[in-house]
Design a protein around this ligand. Sequence first.
Ligand code: TXE
Length: 502
Amino acid sequence: MQHRRDELNRSPLLIRGYVAGQFTDPSGAAEIAVIDPTTEQRVATLCESSADEVDRAVVAARQAFDAGPWGRATVAERQKALLAIHDVILAHADELAVLETINTGIPLSQTRHVHIPRAAYNFRFFAEYINQSGGEVFTQEPGLMSMVTYEPIGVCALIGPWNMPLGLTAMKMAGALAFGNSCVVKPSELTPLTVTRVVELIEGILPKGVVNLVNGRGQVTGTALVSHPGIDMASFTGGTVTGAAILGSLAKGIKGSAMELGGKSANIVFADADFDQALDAAMMSSFMNNGQMCLAGSRIFVERKIADRFIDSFTRRTKALKIGDPLVDGTEIGPMINQAQRERMARYAESGIAEGASLLCGGHRYSNVNAGYFFEPTAMLAPSNDIAICREEIFGPFAALQVFDEEEEVITKANESEFGLVGYVWTDNLERAMRTASALRTGTVLVNTPIVRDLRTGFGGYKQSGLGREGAKGSQAMFTEMKTTIIARAPRTMPRIGMAGE
Ligand code: TXE
């Protein structure tokens, strides 16, 4: 693995666009260094797709959709292609996991066992789903039939984030392709390595122009893509501010949108919960993925009766997290994606202290390394829910703990958020679990379990956490147009107007 990093340092990859079945000519493109956040060394050079290249990608996707065979392919043909993509990702799983870890700083144990298998499974899931899903038929009266069918929406702009680059982008690609669309994919400019490699690996599986790739910054390539009149919808995962800007562009063309945005998820631990399970899960949902997860349960509410013990154990375990090179076995926390994210952590630690929170551990740049954007895993005890560390998405290894006394009080506090992505509840009392789950204003509630993703269910958020849901029916709603066809099977009785002219 280290040899792969050395190799990339010696000869960085060239990241280009892919349009109508060909990697694009990078001459004249603005070049952006893609950095390994562990070493701060360049591992690739991204040749930015200009507005012109974006235009060519959208036109290629349009032509593939309007005139090509994919939108008309049979279910069996689409299944075959999706399963081939699944297989090719799994066949290259080790290579992709190492690339993902080098590019993101996320520990290899997680990219290898979670990100890459999940990326592959998305394609398999949708291959199976399209075999089972269908439309609906209603009869209003004898002789009249209403038929609802789901048809591909057309050209989908798929914009991915940097915190799970392949897994989250693959979810969008699998859904869009399964329902017969063509797409233009734009990975984050910080983490284009694995998506670009997969586009290379799947060459030949799909007709030309069905999958196109553009690479570049949000303000350049991203803006050109979401404001292009030739797209039919955009599916975006990323920050809420960026999501709002994209919605503004889409609104001008009345285009469809699906937004998976930020979160500030509450993790409520009642005193009757299984203490060890709740603690293990609180650690996981605060620090997995280096804490850079939209679904992080990093706003932890602990009932007073167990608060001292819980906070003490949580702090000791946070201090003991193994920080280091994410390629090395046993590393639990790697670097932040870039310097800006590391500085953001430090600013939140300072703001927490200024607003009266106590620092339990961490709070500073981790300096026991020669390079890399490392930050100490941090836990703070907050005096109230109103301060920035309890309100804003921090997106790093940073937990804000609060103590509560009453069920009603904690539900109110959990819902006092602009976000509504996930809620975690830990209790042994079934009625309380049901009450709390139904009171939480979030798209997903997890009771006595850390995150579990079941693709048959929808994932997405209430409030500023997004629009739409990813997974089975949610993805179908996102990537299809619902068409109603009403058919008369017998002559209709209707008022005969204008008969004076007869
Ligand atoms: O991501 P952005 P950023 C949150 C997290 C983080 C914050 C900012 O809190 O600190 O967002 O992160 C593309 N038109 N999340 O700025 O901007 C961009 O190129 C079209 C939550 O790094 O959201 C990239 O491909 N595209 C999150 C993608 O949007 C644009 C995951 C995401 O970038 C664009 C990541 C534009 N105007 C960050 N501007 C989650 N929900 O999981 C940017 N992009």
